[in-house]
Design a protein around this ligand. Structure first.
Ligand code: MG
Length: 241
């Protein structure tokens, strides 16, 4: 393969790369999808279709996240709420335990890195400042990072309660980022791309086939002089940075 054909003449030098984790560095949402599939067959609702149950679970998840934040514990709570609301009954201890068992694999899974992530981060870390920027539960996210073996490539790690415009502005200030040479890299238009562009930094969108439905949104055009790039895989970053 002649890589010079696909690479730009010069790479960006000495940039600050803010990098999302779930479904950008490693698989995440597929484990939740498996738990949801098990939950829906267990519920085996006689009136609502699979799509309707899923729709109701999305509502429960939005409510739980608003009250308790992101993370596996919130997800468990959403499944229980959904079960109780759709069956109009209080759940038995046995069924409660059964539903929770569907989520066991989420926290205990081996971290499954997306293709090329390890070597790409290692190379990028030699030329740029890398900061992991994820949202969710602090303990769960830092535990995943430790288990991933990727911690050495990051100069800092930020676990945010929400990835919105004020959160990005605070991050930019805290790490003294120069907006023109700072990029947010991730799979979610809603959390990674649109708020980063709105906060005045550049963005690299790397779509994942199984992005969480609550993260679905159209990618906005940059509001000003910010740059927006879309890549097919994480390892393609090497061609540009
Ligand atoms: Mg993500």
């Amino acid at each position: 393969m002649n890589s010079s054909l696909t690479q730009p003449l010069a790479r960006y030098s000495k940039q600050t790369l803010l990098i999302d984790a779930d479904d950008t560095l490693w698989e995440n949402n597929i484990y939740f999808e498996r738990a949801i599939a098990s939950f829906i067959s267990f519920l085996d609702h006689k009136v609502h279709t699979v799509e309707q149950v899923r729709e109701h679970l999305n509502l429960c998840e939005r409510a739980t996240i608003a009250a308790h934040g992101y993370g596996v514990e919130s997800f468990r709570r959403s499944l229980i709420d959904c079960f109780e609301q759709l069956t109009e009954s209080t759940i038995t201890a046995e069924r409660h335990a059964q539903i929770l068992s569907f989520t066991d694999a989420i926290a205990s899974n081996e971290i499954e890195l997306l293709p090329g992530v390890g070597e790409t981060l290692e190379e990028l870390s030699r030329r740029h400042r890398l900061i992991m920027v994820t949202k969710g539960n602090q303990i769960e996210q830092t535990d995943k990072l430790e288990r991933s073996g990727l911690r050495p490539w990051f100069s800092a790690v930020e676990v945010l309660a929400e990835k919105n415009v004020p959160a990005y502005r605070a991050l930019i200030a805290a790490h003294q980022c120069d907006c023109g040479s700072t990029w947010m890299i991730g799979n979610s238009p809603k959390s990674d791309i649109n708020p980063a562009l709105a906060a005045g930094i550049n963005a690299v969108f790397i779509p994942h086939d199984f992005t969480w439905v609550l993260e679905h949104e159209m990618v906005d055009a940059p509001p000003g002089s910010e740059q927006l790039m879309e890549l097919g895989s994480f390892r393609e970053l090497i061609g540009y940075f």
